[in-house]
Design a protein around this ligand. Sequence first.
Ligand code: SF4
Ligand code: SF4
Length: 131
Amino acid sequence: MLETVLLTVFGMVVLVLIINVPFWARKHSLYNRRDRFECKLCGNCCRFRVTPLTGEDVRRLEEAGLGDGVDRDRMSTGRVNGRCVFLVDDRCTAYEHRPQVCRDFPFFTLYGLGYAERAPFCPALEELEDG
Ligand code: SF4
Ligand code: SF4
Protein backbone atom coordinates (compact mmCIF):
# COMPACT_ATOMS: atom_id res chain seq x y z
CA MET A 1 0.00 0.00 0.00
CA LEU A 2 2.76 2.43 1.03
CA GLU A 3 4.75 1.50 -2.07
CA THR A 4 1.79 2.30 -4.30
CA VAL A 5 1.33 5.69 -2.66
CA LEU A 6 5.05 6.50 -2.97
CA LEU A 7 5.10 5.41 -6.61
CA THR A 8 2.03 7.53 -7.35
CA VAL A 9 3.57 10.60 -5.68
CA PHE A 10 6.87 10.00 -7.49
CA GLY A 11 5.03 9.66 -10.79
CA MET A 12 3.15 12.90 -10.20
CA VAL A 13 6.37 14.75 -9.36
CA VAL A 14 8.03 13.46 -12.54
CA LEU A 15 4.97 14.45 -14.58
CA VAL A 16 4.95 17.97 -13.11
CA LEU A 17 8.68 18.29 -13.89
CA ILE A 18 8.23 17.06 -17.46
CA ILE A 19 5.45 19.57 -18.05
CA ASN A 20 7.21 22.50 -16.39
CA VAL A 21 10.87 22.13 -17.37
CA PRO A 22 10.43 23.40 -20.96
CA PHE A 23 8.32 26.27 -19.64
CA TRP A 24 11.00 27.25 -17.11
CA ALA A 25 13.77 26.81 -19.65
CA ARG A 26 12.00 29.34 -21.87
CA LYS A 27 11.62 31.82 -19.01
CA HIS A 28 15.28 31.34 -18.05
CA SER A 29 16.40 31.82 -21.64
CA LEU A 30 14.52 35.13 -21.77
CA TYR A 31 16.18 36.17 -18.51
CA ASN A 32 19.60 35.50 -20.03
CA ARG A 33 18.74 37.88 -22.87
CA ARG A 34 17.58 40.67 -20.55
CA ASP A 35 20.34 43.04 -21.72
CA ARG A 36 18.42 43.28 -25.01
CA PHE A 37 15.16 44.22 -23.28
CA GLU A 38 13.96 47.67 -24.32
CA CYS A 39 11.06 48.96 -22.21
CA LYS A 40 8.42 50.71 -24.35
CA LEU A 41 7.26 52.84 -21.41
CA CYS A 42 3.67 51.82 -22.13
CA GLY A 43 2.74 51.57 -18.44
CA ASN A 44 0.93 48.25 -18.89
CA CYS A 45 2.82 46.68 -15.98
CA CYS A 46 1.38 49.45 -13.80
CA ARG A 47 -2.14 48.61 -14.98
CA PHE A 48 -2.34 44.89 -15.31
CA ARG A 49 -0.53 43.60 -12.24
CA VAL A 50 -0.64 44.36 -8.54
CA THR A 51 2.50 46.12 -7.26
CA PRO A 52 3.72 44.33 -4.12
CA LEU A 53 5.83 46.30 -1.67
CA THR A 54 8.65 45.29 0.64
CA GLY A 55 9.13 46.97 3.99
CA GLU A 56 12.02 48.91 2.47
CA ASP A 57 9.72 50.13 -0.37
CA VAL A 58 7.18 51.37 2.17
CA ARG A 59 9.86 53.20 4.13
CA ARG A 60 11.29 54.83 0.99
CA LEU A 61 7.88 55.93 -0.31
CA GLU A 62 6.80 57.27 3.07
CA GLU A 63 10.05 59.20 3.55
CA ALA A 64 9.50 60.77 0.13
CA GLY A 65 6.06 61.96 1.23
CA LEU A 66 4.27 59.37 -0.95
CA GLY A 67 2.75 57.37 1.91
CA ASP A 68 -0.81 58.14 0.78
CA GLY A 69 -0.22 55.84 -2.18
CA VAL A 70 0.75 52.91 0.04
CA ASP A 71 -1.81 50.26 0.92
CA ARG A 72 -0.28 48.91 4.12
CA ASP A 73 -2.98 46.27 4.60
CA ARG A 74 -2.17 44.65 1.28
CA MET A 75 1.50 45.70 1.23
CA SER A 76 1.06 47.06 -2.28
CA THR A 77 0.64 50.41 -3.94
CA GLY A 78 -2.92 51.72 -3.95
CA ARG A 79 -5.10 51.16 -7.00
CA VAL A 80 -7.29 53.65 -8.86
CA ASN A 81 -9.56 52.25 -11.56
CA GLY A 82 -7.47 49.09 -11.46
CA ARG A 83 -4.12 50.73 -12.00
CA CYS A 84 -1.33 51.80 -9.66
CA VAL A 85 -2.15 55.07 -7.92
CA PHE A 86 1.22 56.50 -8.95
CA LEU A 87 0.54 56.08 -12.68
CA VAL A 88 -0.62 59.44 -14.02
CA ASP A 89 -0.84 60.18 -17.74
CA ASP A 90 1.06 56.94 -18.43
CA ARG A 91 4.00 58.07 -16.32
CA CYS A 92 5.19 56.99 -12.87
CA THR A 93 4.93 59.92 -10.47
CA ALA A 94 7.01 58.03 -7.91
CA TYR A 95 9.77 57.04 -10.31
CA GLU A 96 12.74 58.05 -8.14
CA HIS A 97 11.26 56.14 -5.22
CA ARG A 98 9.47 53.33 -7.10
CA PRO A 99 9.24 49.88 -5.54
CA GLN A 100 11.90 47.25 -6.17
CA VAL A 101 9.49 45.11 -8.19
CA CYS A 102 9.07 48.00 -10.64
CA ARG A 103 12.86 48.28 -11.01
CA ASP A 104 13.21 44.56 -11.67
CA PHE A 105 10.14 43.77 -13.78
CA PRO A 106 9.89 41.49 -15.71
CA PHE A 107 13.13 39.79 -14.60
CA PHE A 108 13.35 38.10 -11.22
CA THR A 109 15.24 35.34 -9.45
CA LEU A 110 13.90 32.44 -7.44
CA TYR A 111 16.34 30.37 -5.37
CA GLY A 112 19.15 31.84 -7.47
CA LEU A 113 17.51 30.94 -10.79
CA GLY A 114 16.76 33.90 -13.05
CA TYR A 115 13.52 33.98 -15.01
CA ALA A 116 11.29 36.34 -16.95
CA GLU A 117 7.81 36.71 -15.55
CA ARG A 118 5.03 35.64 -17.90
CA ALA A 119 3.55 38.99 -18.95
CA PRO A 120 1.51 38.88 -22.17
CA PHE A 121 0.68 42.57 -21.74
CA CYS A 122 4.35 43.61 -22.04
CA PRO A 123 5.26 44.54 -25.64
CA ALA A 124 8.99 44.67 -24.87
CA LEU A 125 8.93 41.10 -23.56
CA GLU A 126 6.99 40.02 -26.63
CA GLU A 127 9.64 41.64 -28.78
CA LEU A 128 12.36 39.83 -26.84
CA GLU A 129 10.54 36.53 -27.35
CA ASP A 130 10.28 37.18 -31.08
CA GLY A 131 13.89 38.32 -31.38
S1 SF4 B 1 5.14 52.68 -8.65
FE1 SF4 B 1 5.41 53.60 -10.68
S2 SF4 B 1 6.47 52.02 -11.89
FE2 SF4 B 1 5.60 51.01 -10.08
S3 SF4 B 1 3.58 50.23 -10.74
FE3 SF4 B 1 3.27 52.27 -9.83
S4 SF4 B 1 3.33 53.71 -11.53
FE4 SF4 B 1 4.26 51.78 -12.23
S1 SF4 C 1 4.69 46.55 -19.74
FE1 SF4 C 1 6.81 46.15 -20.43
S2 SF4 C 1 7.18 47.65 -22.03
FE2 SF4 C 1 5.40 48.36 -20.90
S3 SF4 C 1 6.25 49.75 -19.31
FE3 SF4 C 1 6.09 47.70 -18.41
S4 SF4 C 1 8.13 46.77 -18.72
FE4 SF4 C 1 7.97 48.51 -20.13
